[in-house]
Design a protein around this ligand. Structure first.
Ligand SMILES: Cc1ncc(C[n+]2csc(CCOP(=O)(O)OP(=O)(O)O)c2C)c(N)n1
Ligand SMILES: [Mg+2]
Length: 268
């Protein structure tokens, strides 16, 4: 009998604990498949953060360490600077990265650390039962914005990818989603591009995934995907904000595009 589908070796056998309809599992899988396809399993180091993915180090079949809430980019910086041949990536939620760890992510990007950051934006603090996050939409009801987020009281959502792309040290920044097969394949391409940016020592790479939280949004899985498409994408448009022209061959070598002016001299 021919094997047409099997679990990826990039993940361990431990069953996910994520809720039905949550995108964390899909994101894990495309990162894991990418590590296998790019032969990174023996060199990758995940820096897990705090949130629903607090124990993601038990799922990825590579080395991993756990960082305190928001501090993953700082921990990743230390690892990468000391182990330059390792492929170091963080996996962070929006509460972790855009609220508690705002200083760490901004400065890691500004320093042009040669790490990869995977940022999962589900517009709430998922693990702690759905409090408002910096990425919560205007009008969105959460446990701490029961009447809907009000700009005059709670301020405006933060578009993290656009913010990071403005920093000179960031080389590749893209926002993707996982609402259907086409978008999942596009997200996987973005994961591989981010790893290739790191492999070629080009600088800081950042992929934002728009993700669902059916449990805390109070929606069925399919309705949550629809809400993401209808409400989240207008606020958080998909696309590449930096490094679109960077192209790599099948072996992951840079074949086109340049890191922006001044970058190479600064890093030399
Ligand atoms: C310094 C600190 N503050 C707050 C918490 C409590 N806490 C744990 S997870 C979490 C929210 C995480 O949300 P997010 O990063 O968006 O991840 P998600 O669960 O949505 O994937 C919070 C506030 C903590 N552990 N440490
Ligand atoms: Mg979140």
């Amino acid at each position: 009998m021919a094997v047409v589908f099997k679990p990826t070796e990039g993940l361990t056998d431990k069953p996910f604990h994520y809720c039905p309809g949550c995108c964390h599992g899909i994101i894990h899988r495309i990162i894991a498949e990418s590590m296998v396809e790019m032969d990174l399993l023996n060199s990758a180091v995940e820096v897990a953060s705090v949130g629903c993915t607090y124990n993601s180090y038990e799922y990825f079949n590579c080395d991993a360490v756990q960082a305190a809430h928001g501090r993953a980019p700082a921990v990743a910086t230390g690892i990468k600077r000391n182990l330059k041949d390792q492929t170091v990536f963080t996996y962070q939620g929006d509460g972790d990265l855009a609220s508690i760890g705002t200083a760490e992510i901004i400065h890691a990007a500004a320093r042009g650390e040669k790490i990869t950051v995977f940022f999962v934006n589900n517009a709430v603090y998922g693990m702690t039962s759905g409090q408002m996050a910096p990425t919560t939409l205007l009008g969105q009801v959460t446990t701490t914005s029961p009447f809907g987020r009000d700009a005059s009281y709670q301020g405006y959502p933060i578009n993290v990818s656009e913010l990071i792309a403005n920093l000179t040290g960031a080389v590749y920044v893209e926002r993707v989603c996982l609402t259907d097969y086409k978008n999942i394949m596009n997200a996987k391409r973005a994961v591989q591009k981010a790893f290739n940016v790191q492999k070629n020592n080009l600088g800081f790479s950042f992929v934002e995934f728009l993700s669902t939280c059916p449990t805390n949004w109070g929606k069925e899985p399919v309705a949550a995907l629809d809400w993401l498409k209808e409400k989240m994408i207008p606020q958080y448009p998909l696309g590449c904000f930096k490094g679109e022209d960077l192209k790599f061959d099948a072996s992951g070598n840079l074949i086109a595009g340049e890191v922006h002016a001044g970058e190479k001299e600064v890093r030399a």
